[in-house]
Design a protein around this ligand. Structure first.
Ligand code: XUL
Ligand code: CO
Length: 444
């Protein structure tokens, strides 16, 4: 995988070569300290466990602007005035970056890869031209597509929603875009296809029929699934929950909301969940909580790796550096048998103030090292500590006797009442939270 370093007509990062693993003593900012891709952790290499992906949008399309200020980052792939020429340059830069970094996967939105045209047909054509070039670059480098998606939030026509827009004509445009993005994903061998409904929600209940919009969303997803399957897409469709931003309320609020929705509409299985760390914290949850809800339901699809800032109530999309969080996430993922068709996609961006070209490498290196350490620590915790055993032991009263009969559905409420009377007052059993927390620190 990612054997060849890709350099197109022009080298965009001439000062940077393939990022090596140098170990924790290294002071080279452009080297991995912990991510050693071929290192085996319990029968699988780090690369196989973590299935890292870099994203097109933050890294190659965003340039540091925020609601209060214009771009701060000047990128050499942005100089062409023709939008198709700029898209080709961006693609060369992206594949050079992916291969020098050494991630096996990438992700993109239709509009990251190719500019919107003046009509549906022109937009489709633009995308298919760039998809052919991406296919050549994938072939040359061994890079693979973790997922594709359609941007149904940037264009003004989507200001009131994409699939949930109150205007049917807008919904048809959303469908046209998803159809083309599915064609692109299949053409590039994409392993998953993502729906993130940034504008599928509302600003005010006063002007919104939430029931109709939710039904429309389900219908839209069904038709997308049916089209995808009809063109040979065998991967997983993913819904990426987020509670808000840009809408005040987003229908795909959090993992449990999405899981309930998928089950209600018979979409679970074809569709799973793409958990994003910063979206979890915006919903008032932890990253590990969202992963746990998905693995409990058998519906963990993939991960958008990043972090928020505990002092900010918005999606800061920072690179993940919190080891404690990474360990807790990896404990849940290892317990589930590892990521299957999904990966760790860095939906993360360097700060507006990080204006050196090398900063995008440094951000990704830090994120990859964080999860590599998280993986190793979580693996050792599972192998060597009594964490798992103690957690299991907490439920041992359900393993046999009346507790087991309860789990099997053999007891009714009256029988439970009689058992309560017979059993007398239960002993207080300590939850031992502090002990669990201390064990994690001991292994860090
Ligand atoms: C936005 C977000 C998106 C999705 C893809 O918060 O996470 O970039 O990952 O549309
Ligand atoms: Co995301």
């Amino acid at each position: 995988m990612t054997a060849t370093i890709f350099v197109g007509e022009r080298e965009y990062f001439p000062a940077i070569s393939a990022i090596p693993y140098e170990g924790r003593e290294s002071d080279n900012p452009l080297a991995f300290k912990f991510y050693d891709r071929n290192k085996m952790v319990g029968g699988k290499s780090m690369q196989e466990h973590l299935r890292f992906s870099a994203c097109y949008w933050h890294t190659f399309c965003a340039k540091g602007s925020d609601p209060f200020g214009v771009d701060t980052q000047v990128f050499p792939w942005d100089s062409a005035s023709d939008s198709m020429a700029a898209a080709r340059d961006r693609m060369d830069a992206a594949f050079e970056f992916f291969t020098k970094l050494g991630v096996p996967y990438y992700c993109f939105h239709d509009r990251d890869m190719a500019p919107e045209g003046r009509s549906v047909a022109e937009s489709e054509k633009n995308l298919s031209v760039l998809v052919s070039l991406a296919a050549e670059r994938q072939q040359a480098t061994g890079m693979k597509l973790l997922w594709g998606t359609a941007n149904l939030f940037g264009h003004p026509r989507y200001m009131n929603g994409g699939a949930t827009n109150p205007d049917f004509t807008v919904v048809t445009h959303a469908a046209a875009q998803v159809k083309a993005a599915l064609d692109a994903t299949v053409a590039l061998g994409g392993e998953n296809y993502v729906f993130w409904g940034g504008r599928e929600g509302y600003g005010s209940l006063l002007n919104t029929n939430t029931q109709r919009e939710t039904e429309h969303l389900a219908r839209f997803l069904e038709m997308s699934r049916d089209y995808g399957r009809s063109i040979g897409f065998t991967g997983t469709f993913l819904i990426e929950p987020k509670p808000m931003e840009p809408t005040k309320h987003q229908y795909d609020f959090d993992a449990q909301t999405v899981i309930g929705f998928l089950r209600h509409y018979g979409l679970a299985g074809d569709f799973k969940v793409n958990v994003e760390a910063n979206h979890a914290t915006l919903a008032g949850h932890s990253f590990a909580h969202e992963l746990q809800m998905c693995t409990d339901a058998g519906l963990l699809g993939s991960v958008d790796a990043n972090r928020g800032d505990p002092q900010n109530g918005w999606d800061t999309d920072q690179f993940p550096t919190d080891l404690y969080d990474a360990v807790q996430a990896m404990l849940v993922i290892l317990e589930d048998g590892g990521l299957k068709g999904g990966g760790f996609n860095f939906d993360a961006k360097v700060r507006r103030e990080s204006t050196d070209l090398e900063d995008i490498f440094i951000g990704h290196i830090g994120g990859m090292d964080t999860f590599a350490r998280g993986l190793e620590v979580a693996y050792r915790l599972r192998e060597q500590s009594s964490l798992g055993e103690r957690k299991q032991q907490r439920y041992s009263s359900f393993d046999s006797g009346e507790g087991a009969r309860f789990e099997q559905g053999h007891l009714d409420l009256a029988a439970m009442r009689d058992l309560a009377e017979r059993g007398g007052e239960p002993l207080n059993r300590s939850g031992k939270q502090e002990w669990y927390e201390n064990v994690i620190n001991q292994y860090l």
